[in-house]
Ligand binder design. Structure first.
Ligand code: 5GP
Ligand code: ZN
Length: 118
């Protein structure tokens, strides 16, 4: 069963209580375009289950994690950014830039990426 949290923006998007430009969904994950894109392709892949931080992940989430990365890879292919390369980012905690406390994988591509990130 999917666990949701009241007042969680991304739980509401996953439950279709709030609108989003959804590009993929299945039983475990939902993917939608970031409202404030930082690259030509900027998509967020989220679990339906409410997990606040990447730091909360455990062995019990292995299927979910593999689905999140598989989804990002498939979307990258659909968006034609696979060949040039793309970045997958998870911000864990405020100091790392996390602003929404429901786990999400950023898929970024369509422009050259700098390293180290800011
Ligand atoms: P974080 O900073 O937590 O790693 O990433 C949160 C991301 O969610 C940001 O890139 C931000 O633009 C995006 N975001 C915040 N609110 C919404 C929203 O209501 N809809 C969508 N599609 N993206 C959002
Ligand atoms: Zn949530």
């Amino acid at each position: 069963m999917t666990s949701t949290e009241n007042d969680c923006l991304f739980c509401k998007i996953a439950d279709e209580q709030l609108p989003a430009d959804v590009v993929y969904k299945d039983d475990l994950v939902v993917a939608f375009r970031d409202v404030n894109p930082q690259a030509p392709t900027h998509i967020l892949v989220i679990p339906r289950e409410h997990i606040s931080y990447a730091a909360d992940l455990s062995d019990s989430h292995s299927a979910l994690l593999s689905r999140m990365f598989k989804t990002a890879n498939k979307i990258a292919s659909d968006e034609n950014i696979s060949e040039e390369g793309y970045r997958m980012v998870i911000n864990n905690g405020k100091g790392a830039g996390q602003t929404v406390f429901h786990l999400h994988l950023h898929l970024l591509g369509g422009r050259p990426m700098n390293w180290p990130p800011g």
